[in-house]
Unconditional design. Structure first.
Lengths: 337, 581
């Protein structure tokens, strides 16, 4: 059985957050008619609260290299770009190079440091292509998809670090449908755990010994774009990039939290489209006028801007912006507290 | 890099629904194109038919049945069975919110803005009753960048659509404008790369939906002079292409020659005299055709001869290819020649001191604003032309002064200097300068040839049209002339690379030449330029005077200038290498 069939059978999906079936991406690039094909390893890890890529670089670098080699061979990749979070770049550059050389990728890959100003949007796959090409920091219009028209117009496979690590497990028959969970308390990382992807949020917290005794709520799938759930809503699987961040309900400060989200998105919008560029700017401005969540809720422009961010942004990161604030207001926030 | 959705090669017919009504449409089209073809209005700002689909303003959003999120009509192709809603409650709210957000990033100075009658944003804001004051203007302290005396980009008006960057980089292939910064700190700025400079073509201004990029306006200065002339005689001169386009801003058909109304409106605005640059296009042709024949017959003549009517092209050459300066014709551009003729010949005939004459040029062009400030053009102490107004600025003055262009009393231009030939008129179209010169060169060569039966050739259709580069081999009285016409500066590089292949090259910086000029009415597109072009050749076809050399007054005035030893000062110029300031 070839590797693409194995991936299909294992049911691998992208671990960057979007959850797209991995075998379809591989097949599309393999089938694309071109002598030049690129592989981009997405190690941007720009979502706050997610540390799995770093964990893999520390603990499973050889497996990652094997996964990359499998992709390169299967798809006849001309050149590999390892696009990496600047915080990890200097620390792991040497190890990555030697691991990659060891599996026979010497001369085929280039480590590309994600510009520090690129931020959150610098992890979006078509934005990465623009960054590597030296173009404007913004996502591209799709279609065409990178699988047919990616780096310099050539078919390009873009996979997350975790996905390529999983590929090597699949190849060895060791893939057990696990995934990595980053568990954090109040924005501080408690650890990264490799567990079944079938677990519910509550199960992950219990299995890792992180289930709080106090009244709490969580943000799941990233500290910026993740969904906020109260402690009655934990009987569901972990979404997105696999993080769970725990907050103490009584101790948490709604203003601080909302300010964090609004600042994050305003600072990290690429500025390409109106709803995100202007919307995140106005959300921050509206909040800063009163610095009170209760008063913010009286502003009739709030729901308009949030709904507009749901419906009209250019890219998926833009339309994920309202998730945190909307789910927090719905599931957790109590104005009378 | 952004990519325009590709056309589906199958062109299959499919059924879709828009707002509940069925349409049978071809695949491979965007929702926006289908809607517009069926007279369904969908608003847009960043969309331009000649540019990449950027889909960044998010104003053209529509609802597609079965999809929670809205889609941009400009970037989404129709699909079988698609049900589209252009005006659902969801669409209305999102569209209005985006318009409101955009409006709040565009500092309103609408009441003073020259382009208030051509601004897409203002017209959408009126259409949908968008409130301008729900948010504070966020760009009040953004800078204005001025590109010499031609164009400016006012950052406080910019809505970040990137059309200016796109047209400068991808159509004109100059790349002077760049996006700087991220998020709400984005700005459009001139590049730091000192090897790149603006050529003042103004395509950024005619592709800006909100007049953030616009001409450096002199309309109010001109209006003040007209109000208080003192001892000045104020003369308007208007370029060949301008009469063919001005009507568009008054809902008149494309490609209509509106010279008499234009003269009437100019007189109503207070100009003492109006003269037609077609006349000096004829003198330009006579000067340039003579130079071409001289260079062809002289063993030391520098070839190919390059045209110089387009000031953006001249700037391009002086900056990027100063080695080719000897190839440029020494002939001044038509309106500069006319300004000089007015301040010498006409002034003498009318017994007016040249320093008491103010010449205002109505041009399709922003680079002409820069051209008139070149000190080498001075005749004695006087500049030939004192002000340049774009067609848009003139329209602004006409509308501001409540002159009804459609009903204005038609007038004739000055009688000392005639209205020129239609060879002068076609200077406005790509290939027109070339064709006019070839008409005259053909005549000159034939009249000196022994076989008098041969008639000189009138039409050179091989140099017409909207192709980026047009090449032809023209036989004039047995002599083979290899010519090229570059339609848009973005197409110039391959021609300059093979420059030895040619004897004579016309270059116009704007796509569609002056008819697509950076100072022309908005909107402009290749399709609109084609309609304007069809109009100009229609006028030429039925004209009684189709050659420059048959314009007796042009011949006479050149003789007069030679007689008075003014020909060099009035008709010729020189060029010099330019560096970025």
């Amino acid at each position: 059985m070839n590797i693409i069939d194995k991936i299909k059978q294992a049911g691998l999906i992208g671990r960057g957050g979007a959850g797209f079936p991995t075998h379809l991406k591989w097949q599309a690039v393999k089938d694309a008619h071109s002598k030049i094909k690129y592989l981009v390893i997405n190690g941007a890890e720009g979502e706050p609260g997610v540390y799995k890529d770093k964990y893999i670089l520390v603990n499973h670098l050889d497996e990652l290299a094997q996964g990359v080699k499998l992709a390169a061979d299967c798809i006849s990749i001309t050149k590999i770009y390892f696009y990496l979070n600047p915080k990890y770049f200097d620390e792991y550059k040497k190890n990555i190079t030697s691991s990659f050389n060891k599996v026979g990728l010497k001369g085929k890959f280039e480590l590309f440091k994600k510009p520090s100003k690129a931020g959150y949007i610098g992890g979006e796959e078509s934005t990465i292509l623009n960054i590597i090409e030296g173009e404007i920091l913004e996502p591209r219009l799709k279609p065409p998809f990178p699988t047919e028209c990616g780096l310099w117009g050539q078919p390009t496979l873009i996979n997350n670090i975790e996905t390529l690590y999983n590929v090597s497990l699949v190849n060895k028959g060791k893939y057990k449908n696990n995934r990595f969970y980053s568990v954090n308390v109040n924005f501080k990382n408690k650890g990264v755990y490799e567990l079944s992807s079938e677990l519910t949020i509550a199960e992950v917290l219990k299995k890792t010994g992180n289930y709080p005794e106090y009244k709490f709520f969580v943000q799941v799938g990233g500290d910026a774009a993740g969904e906020v759930l109260n402690d009655k809503q934990l009987d569901q699987k972990v979404s997105g990039a696999g993080s769970i961040t725990i907050f103490d309900f009584k101790k948490h400060n709604p203003e601080k939290l909302v300010k964090f989200w609004f600042d994050f998105f305003a600072d990290n919008s690429c500025g390409q489209c109106t709803p995100c560029r202007e919307g995140t700017y106005r959300l921050r401005e509206m909040f800063n006028e009163t610095k009170s969540v209760a008063k913010l809720l009286n502003n009739n422009k709030l729901s308009e801007i949030i709904e507009n961010l749901n419906l009209t942004p250019f890219c998926a990161l833009g339309s994920s912006i309202p998730m945190a604030i909307s789910s927090y207001l719905k599931n957790v926030y109590n104005p009378n507290k | 890099m952004s990519i325009t959705p590709t056309n589906n090669y199958m062109n299959k017919k499919i059924n879709i629904k828009i707002n509940g009504k069925k349409y049978l449409v071809e695949t491979g089209q965007t929702i926006l194109n289908v809607a517009r073809a069926n007279n369904i209005f969908i608003p847009s700002l960043c969309y331009h038919p000649d540019l990449h689909v950027k889909a960044n303003c998010r104003v053209c959003v529509v609802e597609i049945k079965g999809q929670r999120r809205l889609s941009t009509a400009c970037s989404t192709q129709v699909a079988p069975g698609m049900e589209i809603f252009t005006d659902s409650a969801k669409v209305k709210t999102a569209r209005d919110t985006n318009l409101e957000l955009i409006f709040a990033s565009h500092r309103e100075k609408c009441s003073d803005c020259t382009l208030q009658y051509e601004c897409s944003l203002l017209s959408l804001a009126k259409r949908y009753k968008i409130k301008a004051n729900n948010f504070k203007d966020r760009k009040n302290n953004y800078l204005t960048y001025k590109f010499d005396k031609s164009v400016e980009i006012d950052g406080s008006q910019c809505i970040d659509c990137q059309n200016c960057v796109d047209v400068c980089k991808n159509v004109q292939k100059i790349g002077y404008l760049e996006v700087q910064g991220k998020g709400s700190d984005r700005k459009i700025i001139p590049t730091n790369n000192k090897k790149i400079d603006c050529i003042y073509c103004g395509q950024c201004t005619s592709h800006c939906p909100v007049a953030s990029a616009q001409e450096q306006s002199q309309s109010l200065e001109v209006e003040n002079i007209l109000r208080d002339k003192k001892d000045k005689t104020v003369i308007a001169i208007f370029a060949p292409s301008t009469r063919m386009t001005i009507g568009e801003d008054f809902a008149l058909p494309y490609g209509q020659d509106n010279s008499p109304k234009m003269i009437g409106a100019l007189k109503k605005l207070g100009f003492d005299q109006v003269m037609d640059v077609n006349f000096s296009a004829d003198t330009t042709t006579l000067v340039e055709a003579t130079e071409l024949l001289e260079r062809l017959s002289s063993p030391r003549g520098v070839l190919p001869l390059l045209t110089s009517c387009c000031p953006a092209w001249v700037k391009y050459l002086e900056f990027y290819r100063p080695d080719l300066i000897p190839n440029l014709t020494t002939s001044r551009s038509p309106h500069i020649q006319l300004g000089g003729i007015i301040k010498t010949y006409w002034a003498k005939e009318k017994k007016i001191k040249p320093e008491n004459i103010v010449v205002v040029s109505i041009m399709p062009c922003t680079a002409k604003k820069f051209e008139i400030t070149r000190s080498e053009l001075k005749i004695g102490k006087n500049y030939p032309v004192d002000y340049v107004l774009t067609v848009r600025e003139l329209v602004y003055l006409i509308k501001k002064n409540k002159i009804d262009f459609k009903k204005v009393a038609v007038e004739k231009s000055d009688n000392l200097i005639n209205d020129g030939s239609s060879a002068g008129l076609i200077f406005g179209a790509s290939g027109g300068v070339m064709e006019s010169a070839l008409r005259t060169a053909s005549y000159v060569l034939n009249s000196s040839a022994k076989n008098k039966l041969r008639t000189s050739r009138l039409e050179f259709k091989e140099v017409r049209g909207q192709a980026g580069v047009k090449e032809a081999q023209v036989t004039l009285s047995g002599k083979k002339l290899r010519v090229a016409v570059v339609n848009g500066i973005g197409n110039v590089k391959p021609v300059l690379k093979n420059i030895k292949k040619y004897d004579y090259i016309e270059v116009m910086s704007c796509p569609g030449a002056c008819l697509g000029g950076g100072g022309q009415p908005i909107p402009v597109s290749r399709e609109i330029v084609s309609k304007r072009t069809a109009g100009i050749y229609q006028v030429d076809k039925t004209s009684k005077l189709r050659t420059a050399h048959d314009n007796p007054s042009a011949v006479k005035i050149i003789e007069w200038l030679k007689d008075k030893k003014l020909d060099h000062e009035v008709l010729h110029t020189h060029y010099s290498k330019k560096t970025r300031k």
